[in-house]
Design a binder for this molecule. Structure first.
Ligand SMILES: *Cc1c(COP(=O)(O)O)cnc(C)c1O
Length: 398
């Protein structure tokens, strides 16, 4: 059953197949790193050109009013909201994920001042944990506890990723959120590896953060987003109280007065060129049925797991329902194996100490790509092509 022709037939019947044409993908490359940096949507270059040449070049500082730059953090937040199960006026775009994590954690701690424990996940993408540690040091008297201890009863806040960056394991957002809140803590979800890969629903969470350069395809260094549940809009504080979160930024008052609603979580002058690229990426997402994305994602990852078979040790959950849109394997020489694979046109990435990571972006990855990637991987392993000494030297970004 699992031959290449079967995969071509699956591609022909794929309801999402037309979306691949909307991305720039180099010939001969199977790009399985869309979970790290999504591919370039075809509409982005023109959208960015327009922002740079027509808006900036043509209108100069008038762009803030005439080209709608000033409203972009909230306008793009509203455009992104349906992808995470949020409504209008609940999401602000800007800064980076690490900064949004700082804002969200600090806001949660201010809302639960009777408690002194931050629960975080030591195996999460390290920046989340690092920011929690930095905030605890800054405040003094706070403990950062690992989620594996399973104790929330004295926690102020719990910060977790929906999908684990290394293993691809998916957490049950409604169940975890309910348990955390029942223990009296606030729940912050990091959606970096789930937004654009599956239908997220943060509507019960207290706060959520995520980046837009992974599955959302907004480009390198694209802005992050921050969701705040409306029940906290009047009471949550933005400790990064920059002027864009002020009630009247252009009153230039000496004292900080927070804006109403989600706007108070804006910090500073938005990165308009990057926002333009996100706007173009969202033009694509507006037309994407997320149930089909999830169905294809599960089919692609399952196909890859089946085709690789026992050639490598599977790190990700075996059940597609329990994964995000990535598959990870373990190999003691994972780094040179990945380099050998990339040399043959199959792009995954490597996460220390020994994990080979493959992301499957359902908008532009075909079933035949999965077949080719698995065949190349098996060849690299069977013939030990990774032993070539060229592949041993580590590059700066793995
Ligand atoms: C990718 C990722 C980040 C990225 O943080 P930046 O501040 O944008 O560099 C943060 N957290 C998680 C869980 C991620 O996967």
């Amino acid at each position: 059953m699992l031959d290449r022709n079967h995969c071509l037939a699956l591609d022909a019947a794929d309801p999402l197949r037309a979306f691949r044409e909307e991305f720039v993908l180099p010939e001969g490359v199977v790009y399985l790193v869309g979970n790290s940096l999504g591919a370039l949507p075809r509409g982005t270059s023109e959208r960015v050109r327009r922002t740079v040449e027509d808006e900036w070049g043509g209108r100069l500082v008038g762009g803030w009013n005439q080209a709608g730059w000033y409203e972009m953090p909230l306008r793009l937040g509203d455009r992104l909201a349906p992808l995470i199960g949020a409504g209008p006026g609940q999401v602000v775009v800007g800064n980076t994920t690490s900064i949004a994590i700082f804002q969200a954690l600090a806001a949660a701690l201010r809302l639960r001042q009777d408690r002194r424990v931050i629960v975080s996940d030591a195996s999460n993408f390290p920046t989340d944990h690092y920011v929690a540690q930095g905030l605890a040091r800054l405040l003094g008297g706070y403990e950062v506890r690992d989620v594996s201890e399973g104790r929330f009863d004295d926690a102020a806040v719990v910060l977790l990723s929906e999908v684990d960056y290394r293993t691809g394991a998916r957490r049950d957002v409604p169940a975890v959120t309910a348990a955390v809140q029942a223990a009296g803590a606030l729940m912050i979800w990091d959606l970096c590896h789930s937004v654009g890969a599956l239908q997220v629903d943060v509507s019960q969470a207290d706060l959520a953060v995520g980046c837009t350069y992974k599955y959302l395809n907004a480009g390198p260094g694209a802005p992050a987003f921050l969701y705040v549940n409306p029940r906290h809009h009047d009471t949550a504080e933005n400790v990064l109280s920059g002027w864009h979160g002020h009630a009247e930024p252009f009153a230039f008052e000496a004292g900080y007065r927070p804006a109403e609603g989600i706007r108070r979580f804006a910090v500073s002058t938005p990165h308009i060129v990057s926002f333009a690229a996100l706007d173009a990426a969202l033009d694509v997402w507006e037309r994407v049925p997320m149930d089909q994305v999830r169905a294809k994602s599960k089919a692609l990852t399952s196909l890859f797991v089946d085709l690789v078979g026992d050639a490598l040790e599977l790190v990700s959950p075996a059940d597609a329902e329990e994964r995000g849109s990535q598959v990870s394997f373990r190999h003691p020489d994972g780094y040179p194996v990945m380099r050998a694979l990339i040399d043959r046109g199959v792009h995954g990435d490597f996460r220390a100490p020994d994990v080979l990571r493959f992301g499957f972006a359902p908008l532009y990855i075909r079933y035949a790509d999965v077949y080719d990637a698995a065949a190349t991987l098996r060849e690299v392993l069977d013939k030990e092509l990774w032993r070539d000494e060229r592949y041993a030297q580590r590059l700066a970004v793995t």
